[in-house]
Ligand binder design. Structure first.
Ligand code: SAM
Length: 942
């Protein structure tokens, strides 16, 4: 099948990391940002929403007034449990000591101190409302803002709009759940979902798929979720209206993956964010909502078909508009014919004030308001579809269970949420979206929909109002999911093939028509091209590989979601974990996904992206296990993947995936999933040969929080002084008695290039600053020092702590992990040991509360860090703060009297202004006890 004209070729570069500055203050009400030229009024908007009666009587003016004020800044403390609670208390304490207990007056205006969101569980989400000019006027406020930025960088908090935190809280995520986030970028909700998945399990058996149709925005997703350090995440790049139903090829099987939880946070007109994006006032038109409705509906329909029976789906928008909200939900319920119902969540988040969903609304087009479709159906040129309108059946759908959150009720933005439960399989009635199968009355309706294209925004400006809405629909059909090695994928009889077909899509409006136009097959069709007969499916619960047979690929392994008896995977006895080191790996190889060499070189199923394949090179994995003394609790043999052709012996990077992700990839043998990222990078190739090891990999800094609890060798514990010194100098020499001769020289890569450092974490310049000049030894010219090749580094006092040297002597040359001594870490209030690290993961606070540890290189005569400068700065910051916090009282007071100017991370990176005032205000900014090695001390000396 040829490549469609409309398909956009995707390259790896589309997924390169680009960082969003989430702390940038948009529209802070002081004349900067989008508020500057905004009219803050729109007769159309006001008229439309008064007609819709979305605001309770008597509150209209307050509603409008609040919409014209900027949105407060809100953040969420990552994770849950003890770690999150202690950070919450620390922040609360910091706010109080910085701002005092009384009111804050700026320009005769009383400002409220930061306070917790009343409805968010355990006070783990906070908000504050200071404008940029207020920040400037009061250093204490600026200090708070800086603190937030630092904590955000360290991964302990996430800035997120308050209302956007609601959907995940209503999803009841458990660690064995298979979760799909259909429209996930930039990923604030995905991060929340992942934390919830980890709550209670360091290696959950479930997973989260974060999907977005926009390749560039998938990259934002990767960034947003990276700091969670979760092996249970997959990022995919599909049009959610055609998200593939993943399954085995074996025709006897019904091993289709369906999801326990699905979030449809769909593209919408976004007028609920008007306090943040004030230009919406100027660009607002009801036509946006009418145009987005079909896309939203198709995403919801496809999602519902991928939902497990018994599963929960949340549909949400940040739009006030009933045609994007209630109308979509109503049509979804209508087509499900009882297979879906709205869940009553009125008792959840009791402190959250909300409005019930509506049973009546009106639709507006260019000619005016319309109450029902019958008013327009005779008009030749109308562009409205029946599902935009309320119909009689809406009254029986419990629309009061939907919730609309209004800004003046919550001090936040506007939001709409509906929680749905799947009661049974979506059978014949569901497939009536295909006109061929429709009942006569429905056929008539659908023909009308087909003939009358939906009204869409006309100008590009109008289209731009939609939050990643219509513009995203041009991504439809980037890759042909229909074609598996030239053959349409066949479903077993009875497959719940409610995946929307081309003709279905055409019946739903212009974006769908585009689908049909590109001439692709539907993703899952039976041999005749029609939907298989779902009535015979009995499929609803039969989502497991084990339901009717055994998938050869998973033979002997539990299916991805549970057994035929419906027992969730998590409740079944665990499958044998990793093959212990040295033992035969009993895991059958997955076989090449997607039919072998189909990566970039081979033209690729998803042109430009190498396939994700199981890494099963036993000798290589054994050597890693042996070198680092990895415990069998980390199932390296079973759960390592690489982004490379399956026969590549030593790929550059190895990623660890959770059992759930592994099962999913294994079942997705047709490589239907267009995976742009998955798992956690734990190992990077390192070209060296030492007499004592064949290990070709070093541990990547990014993967340390996950790997560390399972490592028993190559661990080096340092005092805070030496640890700080290592972080600031990045390369420390060793005294003569710790120098090592080599039986076999370590070999630099063939091209003479530096071993690659943590590429994703380190920008290119950091790599050029890498402290190792060859694979054997710490730096020569690159770190501005002499040395290398075993020569001592002049002007450097070597590390001399005998205990440390003894440990280094016990290490093999090569990668080692440096971390704080257990007692020191504990007394500084930092995570110290593997048990605590495990607990941090179990609480979903992964990276942020991992032990202070750093991947290093034990060379012949030096110890050098293997991470970027930025990474070192973050750790340095964390240690400095811990040392300052734990200073004896007297020293803290002295430090407060004579505040020292400590270079903030931001300042060092050239990102923000100097934080002189902050240093004066925040006790945590006082210099470290370890004066000689603190950055401040170094600066003073210089
Ligand atoms: C409202 S945003 C999602 C926000 C996100 N859930 C979060 O919490 O950060 C909508 C997203 O849907 C994506 N999108 C638009 N059309 C889509 C489609 N057909 N399939 C999948 N994603 C789509 C956009 O690229 C955009 O990132």
């Amino acid at each position: 099948m040829g490549r469609s004209k409309n398909k956009k070729r995707i390259y790896k570069r589309d997924f390169k990391e680009k960082r969003e500055d989430v702390w940038r203050q948009d529209g802070d009400g002081d004349g900067s940002g989008p508020w500057k030229d905004s009219p803050n009024t729109s007769p159309d908007f006001e008229d439309y929403y008064q007609q819709q009666q979305i605001v309770p009587e008597g509150e209209w003016e307050t509603f409008l007034d609040v919409l014209r004020t900027p949105l407060p800044t809100t953040f969420r403390i990552n994770g849950s449990g003890k770690f999150a609670a202690s950070l919450r208390d620390k922040l609360a304490d910091n706010f109080l000591t910085t701002l005092g207990y009384g009111n804050i007056m700026v320009d005769d205006e009383i400002l409220q101190p930061p306070k917790p969101l009343p409805w968010y569980p355990d006070n783990l989400a906070w908000h504050f409302n200071f404008s940029r000019s207020q920040l400037r006027k009061m250093p204490a406020l600026e200090a708070i803002h800086e603190l937030m930025k630092r904590e955000n960088d360290a991964g302990t908090i996430t800035r997120q709009e308050a209302v956007s935190m609601i959907p995940p809280l209503l999803m009841d995520i458990q660690s064995h759940h298979k979760v799909l986030d259909t429209c996930a970028a930039p990923g604030s909700k995905t991060a929340q979902l992942l934390e919830m998945l980890h709550n209670g399990s360091s290696q959950p058996t479930g997973f989260v798929i974060a999907n977005d149709s926009d390749a560039q925005r998938c990259n934002l997703l990767a960034h947003q979720t990276k700091r969670i350090c979760s092996p249970a995440m997959i990022i995919t790049n599909h049009d959610a209206t055609r998200f593939p139903l993943v399954g085995c090829r074996n025709p006897r099987l019904e091993s289709k993956v369906q999801y326990d939880r699905i979030l449809c946070d769909v593209p919408c007109s976004g007028d609920g964010t008007i306090r943040k994006a004030a230009d919406i006032w100027r660009r607002w038109t009801p036509i946006n909502g009418n145009g987005l409705h079909p896309l939203q509906l198709r995403i919801a329909l496809q999602s519902a078909s991928l939902l497990k029976v018994g599963g929960r789906m949340v549909y949400s928008t940040c739009s006030f508009n009933p045609v994007e909200d209630e109308a979509v939900v109503a049509e979804l319920l209508r087509r499900s014919v009882g297979a879906l119902e709205l869940v009553d969540v009125s008792q959840q988040l009791p402190a959250l004030k909300r409005q019930q969903g509506k049973t009546h609304w009106v639709v507006k087009d260019k000619t005016g308001y319309r109450a029902s479709f019958s008013e327009v159906e005779q008009e030749p040129n109308h562009k409205l579809v029946p599902s935009l309108f309320p119909q009689d059946d809406v009254k029986n759908m419990h629309m009061e269970r939907c919730m609309r959150v209004l800004p003046h009720h919550t001090e936040g933005g506007g939001f709409f949420v509906a929680v749905l439960h799947k009661l049974g399989s979506l059978d014949v009635e569901w497939s009536t979206i295909n006109p061929k199968n429709a009942r006569p009355q429905q056929q008539q309706q659908q023909q009308q929909q087909q003939q009358q294209p939906v009204e869409v925004p006309e100008s590009s400006e109008q289209a731009g109002t939609a939050r990643h809405g219509l513009e995203a629909s041009v991504h439809v059909g980037m890759a042909s999911e229909a074609d598996v090695e030239g053959q349409p994928l066949r479903l077993p009889p009875g497959g719940e093939a409610s995946v929307i077909s081309v003709s279905d899509a055409a019946s739903l409006g212009p974006a769908s028509a585009h689908l049909a136009a590109d001439g692709e097959e539907p993703m899952l069709v039976d041999a005749s091209g029609a939907h298989p007969d779902p009535a015979s499916a009995g499929l609803a619960g039969a989502t497991d590989a084990s339901a009717n047979g055994t998938c050869p690929a998973t033979s002997g392994q539990p299916g991805p979601s549970g057994s035929a008896d419906g027992t969730p995977a998590a409740e079944r006895p665990a499958a044998p974990s990793a093959a212990p080191s040295g033992q035969q790996n009993t895991m059958p190889d997955w076989g090449p996904r997607g039919g072998g060499r189909r990566g970039r070189a081979g033209g690729g199923r998803f042109g430009g992206l190498d396939p994700v394949t199981h890494y099963s090179n036993k000798p290589s994995i054994d050597s890693i296990i042996d070198f680092f003394g990895m415990k069998p609790s980390l199932a390296l043999h079973r759960q390592l993947v690489a982004r490379s052709p399956p026969d590549m012996e030593k790929p550059k990077r190895l990623y660890f995936v959770s059992g759930g992700v592994r099962d999913l990839l294994q079942v997705d043998e047709h490589e239907q999933l267009k995976v742009t990222a998955c798992g956690l990078k734990v190992l990077e190739r390192q070209e060296f040969k030492d007499a004592s090891t064949d290990c070709s990999y070093r541990i990547s800094q990014e993967g340390l929080p996950l790997v560390l609890p399972h490592v028993t060798k190559q661990l080096v514990r340092l005092s805070p002084t030496d640890f700080m010194r290592l972080l600031t100098e990045r390369n420390c020499s060793l005294p003569d008695n710790a120098k090592r001769g080599l039986t076999h020289p370590l070999q630099p890569p063939a091209d003479g290039a530096l071993p690659s450092l943590d590429n994703s974490a380190a920008p290119a310049e950091d790599v050029s600053n890498a402290p190792i000049s060859d694979a054997t030894e710490a730096p020569a010219s690159q770190s501005g020092q002499e040395g290398g090749g075993g020569k001592p580094i002049p002007n450097k006092v070597p590390l001399t702590d005998p205990e440390l040297l003894e440990q280094l002597n016990g290490c093999l040359l090569g990668c080692c992990i440096c971390l704080l001594r257990v007692d020191d870490a504990r007394s500084l209030g930092l995570t110290a040991d593997s048990e605590a690290a495990e607990r941090a993961m179990v609480e979903g606070a992964l990276a942020a509360n991992a032990p202070l540890a750093i991947a290093c290189w034990r060379g012949r005569s030096s110890l050098a860090v293997l991470v970027s400068k930025q990474e070192c700065s973050l750790l340095e910051e964390k240690l400095t703060q811990a040392l300052a916090r734990n200073k004896p009282q007297g020293q803290q007071a002295a430090a407060a009297e004579q505040p020292e100017v400590r270079p903030s991370l931001a300042e060092k990176d050239g990102g923000y202004e100097s934080d002189t005032e902050e240093a004066a205000v925040m006790s945590s900014a006082a210099p470290a006890a370890d004066e000689s090695s603190s950055p401040a001390h170094k600066r003073q000396k210089s």
